[in-house]
Ligand binder design. Structure first.
Ligand SMILES: Nc1ncnc2c1ncn2[C@@H]1O[C@H](COP(=O)(O)OP(=O)(O)OP(=O)(O)O)[C@@H](O)[C@H]1O
Ligand SMILES: [Mg+2]
Length: 259
């Protein structure tokens, strides 16, 4: 059995700007990989390549050994890929529950006509999906907010809503882009528990995050990017102790001072 996700020699150029250069790594089934690096390193761009939002200039990306470059985001979502965004795009005037239910789109039976006619099969499925969405909100600490309008909640909670929406898609591979950004310190523990449970349910996770506490707590391995290139790969502890990583984050002079 191959890797769930394999990124090989991926480059992404916009005109003369080299956003990614020959990046490669694999993620095995059921693992959590951290993707870290300074601002502008190319982390979100790499996610955009994996989710079909960007098309790499070179390289290969496979999910379960199937080449996915050229597939649309919608097609990849139907085949088990879900992601959250660094800047969540929610329907702000809708409730939290309605926002989560948007993740059920690909799981509805029949076509739009059947859905519009509200045939019995559809309403039964709708009820099941609603129950499942509520359950996900409960388990991720957001049950209390199900009927609150999204615009009444903080950025940090929007991230949790997006996580529930992604999970309602029942993905096999989940990409999380800075899920802890904007979360109050006390709620990072809840997020750690959520990510671990997701993995225990058999979902493979790639997580972009600046919060090293979260990265250390949940990841099996990390890949460090800097200026579009892979700097190193190892455990979170190895990455944090690596002089190249320290230098990338704080600059060479400061790294020398710290040594
Ligand atoms: N569509 C695009 N066109 C041109 N340049 C782009 C595009 N998308 C990303 N970039 C550039 O690619 C580089 C990497 O950006 P990216 O958002 O991937 O970084 P990041 O590692 O996610 O950073 P952060 O931690 O701040 O979110 C930046 O210099 C950015 O300006
Ligand atoms: Mg980013």
């Amino acid at each position: 059995m191959g890797a769930r996700l394999a990124v090989r020699d991926v480059s992404l150029h916009f005109g003369g700007v080299k956003v990614l250069e020959d990046v490669g790594f694999t993620v095995d089934d059921g693992q959590i990989l951290g993707l870290v690096g300074p601002n502008g390193a190319g982390k979100t761009s790499l996610f955009n390549c994996v989710s079909g939002h960007y098309r790499p200039s070179a390289g290969s990306i496979t999910i379960d050994d199937v080449e996915i470059i050229g597939s649309s985001p919608a097609r990849l979502a139907r085949h088990g890929l879900a992601r959250t965004f660094q800047h969540p795009a929610l329907q702000l005037h809708d409730t939290v529950l309605e926002n989560v239910l948007l993740g059920a789109h690909g799981r509805l039976p029949g076509g739009p006509v059947e859905w519009a006619l509200r045939l019995p099969r559809t309403t039964r499925t709708e009820k099941q999906l609603r129950a499942e969405a509520l359950d996900l909100l409960e388990r991720n600490g957001l049950g209390w907010a199900a009927r609150t309008r999204a615009d009444e909640l903080s950025h940090g909670l929007h991230k949790g809503i997006e996580l529930c929406r992604a999970l309602l898609m029942r993905p096999r591979l989940l990409l999380l882009d800075e899920p802890a950004a904007g979360l109050p310190h006390g709620e990072v523990e809840q997020l750690i528990a959520s990510v671990r449970r997701v993995r225990d349910e058999g979902i493979t996770v790639v997580i972009v995050e600046h919060n090293m506490g979260l990265i250390s707590a949940v990841t099996d391995r990390v890949v460090v990017l800097d200026h579009g290139r892979k700097l190193m790969e190892g455990t979170a502890a190895e990455a944090q102790a690596d002089p190249r990583v320290i230098e990338a984050y704080i600059g060479k002079d400061a790294a020398d001072d710290a040594a």
